[in-house]
Design a protein around this ligand. Structure first.
Ligand SMILES: [Zn+2]
Length: 613
């Protein structure tokens, strides 16, 4: 039975984890997948089945029953004959979208890296910033932040862009400004539209238009280009800036993408921003790149605390007859379970945890490998969940291990994934149980924005050290024992940027992987493996953000991204821990192709064979 489990992992991860990683180097000696009938192949194939991947059909009922989907608008009565008619149609659709999403309060996350020029690597991060909040898509697009900052005030409400008063001050809301072209005045009185050409974005044929504000139409008007799909005439992508800017502030450039996640509407999902010019002689040194992601459209709008209290009071009484009383140990475990369930449910409701899904199959398989090879037999199975945010973090509550989307993204291989999971598994094995106080329901009554102030799962230093020690022990008995060089390399890459990427390394619920610019997780493994060497193109120590886990912005489901390997041609291609532009493969609702662009291209069996031993 045990060996069967290993084979399952190797194949499963070969196609969906390792296959997408540093696979560029291995692409040459990979063969077409030759294991179509193993259980793993069946498992790995699931995400591409229409039922599993279509949003809002199966999953929303389970996680977020309250929010209702907007009803799809009627398709255009007659096909437009002229480009003028097309312009009228997409203006109308844009207003329809603004109305349809007006009751939504999605989560919006911006991760920004300031850039400095490095002679070998080109523009590299020199500093970073992180913003996370809920965006009210109602009358005025507004935003409430999960992370409390000292500097607040009038600037918070400043329209898009950032103010340059005495120092550059980024405005979180500014990065999400381009969810719409123009919230209030997207019409022919304020804008000129000119048709450019037809173009495919992914599977979707688009008509491309340039959009320019008319003279004297006011400040902060959209200036740029829109892509309009040619069936219902919705805008699917916007690219440009706002013009003219108010005094003492700037609008930056944005590339904004929408996804067809519900019938009839294309929902704002990703916005990339970039500023900076590193050509010779340029005086303005301000440079950054930033990814903004929006998700949680289907979350319930925040309920007031008093309403919640009423609901809870009704359900406190438990009349169910029990066959027998719990033993003291059983009672203790029940209690832990109750706390764990409360926390998982609350974090999911706050839009911070993905519902259980495909990524968890991979995580659980890796955890299972560690358990089986170490003869760990726990009273309750270990569960895993994906934290939807970018900062690199793991924590555990009860028997649930949580790992952030950003951390899964940057890990170079399965052994490194096993390493970060082993630390949390060690906490569970050692009985370092935190959070039992959350078995009291009153402790779950806080606003979504208050999540980070109310929940926390940080261990004391002694428990951290004990968990690291145990983790190394678990890894050395595991199928990953021969691969710990890669873990060492990852930790070195992390150390190399630990002083710079403070925001990415600031955890909000668990212990940080690095503190004060020094990596403090699994330090015993840091010396393993070769020295970090940027000039070695086959040495991939850490990956850019965004390459592995994809979040469905409507229902928060997480799935593994499937990308074809791209060869690395210079050290600048490595981009460890960095943000990059977005290029989602667009597909129409229900087509299922977005999740599965190149079904045959990914499995790299060369990687598989290395995994199991
Ligand atoms: Zn820990």
């Amino acid at each position: 039975m045990r060996t069967w489990n290993w084979i399952l992992t190797a194949a499963l991860l070969g196609s969906s984890f390792i296959g997408t990683s540093a696979a560029a180097q291995q692409a040459a000696d990979s063969q077409p997948a030759a294991q179509p009938t193993t259980p793993a192949a069946a498992l790995a194939a699931q995400p591409s089945q229409p039922d599993a991947s279509t949003p809002a059909s199966t999953s929303t009922a389970q996680t977020t029953p309250a929010a209702q989907q907007p009803t799809a608008p009627a398709p255009p009565a007659a096909a437009p004959q002229t480009m003028d008619q097309v312009v009228n149609l997409f203006i109308e659709r844009e207003h329809g979208l603004i109305k349809a999403l007006a009751s939504r309060t999605p989560v919006v996350e911006t991760y920004l890296q300031n850039l400095a020029n490095d002679p070998q690597l080109g523009p590299v991060p020199s500093q970073d910033h992180y913003f996370l909040g809920r965006m009210d898509m109602g009358e005025t697009v507004d935003r409430k932040d999960y992370l409390k900052e000292e500097e607040k005030g009038f600037q918070t409400r400043l329209m898009g862009g950032f103010a340059k008063l005495y120092k550059v001050q980024y405005q979180p809301l500014g990065f999400s400004w381009m969810v719409y072209a123009d919230r209030t005045d997207f019409d022919r009185e304020h804008y000129d539209f000119s048709y450019i050409r037809r173009e495919f974005l992914g599977d979707v044929r688009c008509l491309v238009f340039d959009v320019k504000p008319k003279p004297k139409s006011g400040r902060g008007r959209f200036l740029g280009r829109v892509w309009v799909e040619d069936q219902d005439f919705n805008i699917v992508r916007l690219n440009g800036t706002y013009y003219p800017a108010p005094r003492n502030s700037y609008f930056f450039h944005m590339d904004s993408w929408r996804l067809n996640l519900i019938p009839g509407y294309w929902v704002p999902a990703y916005i990339y921003s970039e500023e900076g010019d590193f050509s010779a002689g340029v005086k303005n040194k301000m440079a950054f790149k930033a990814q903004t992601r929006i998700w949680g459209y289907d979350l319930k709008k925040g309920i007031k605390d008093d309403e919640l209290t009423q609901i809870r009071v009704d359900s406190v009484k438990d009349d169910s007859p029990t066959a027998q009383d719990a033993s003291p140990l059983q009672a203790e475990r029940e209690w832990q379970q109750q706390a764990e369930d409360n926390v998982v449910e609350r974090l999911t409701r706050a839009g911070l945890l993905a519902p259980e899904g495909d990524v968890d199959h991979i995580l659980q398989t890796v955890v299972n490998n560690l358990e089986v090879t170490n003869n760990i037999d726990l009273p309750r199975p270990v569960r895993t969940r994906v934290l939807l945010t970018a900062p690199l973090e793991t924590f555990s509550v009860g028997n649930t291990i949580v790992i952030s989307r950003g951390l899964i993204d940057v890990l170079p291989d399965e052994a490194s994934l096993a390493a970060v999971l082993s630390h949390e598994l060690a906490h569970i094995v050692l009985g370092h149980n935190l959070g039992s106080k959350f078995a009291f329901n009153d402790r779950m009554l806080f606003s979504d924005e208050g999540t980070y102030q109310n929940l926390g799962f940080k261990h004391i230093p002694e428990e951290e050290q004990a968990a690291d020690k145990k983790a190394v022990e678990l890894l050395k008995n595991s199928p990953y024992a021969q691969k710990l060089d890669n873990v060492g390399l990852f930790l070195k890459a992390l150390q190399a940027r630990a002083t710079i990427l403070n925001a990415l390394l600031t955890t909000h619920l668990g212990n940080p992987l690095a503190e004060g610019g020094t990596v403090n997780r699994l330090t015993a493994l840091e010396s393993q493996g070769p020295a970090l060497d940027n000039s070695k193109l086959d040495q991939i120590a850490a990956l850019p953000l965004g390459g592995r886990v994809k979040i469905n912005p409507w229902d928060d489901k997480a799935e593994m991204v499937k990308t074809a390997p791209v060869a690395i041609t210079s050290a600048r291609d490595k981009m460890p821990f960095e943000v990059t532009p977005f290029y989602p493969r667009l597909a129409r609702y229900g087509a299922g192709a977005a999740a599965n662009p190149t079904p045959n291209a990914t499995p790299t069996t060369a990687a598989n064979t290395n995994t199991g031993n």
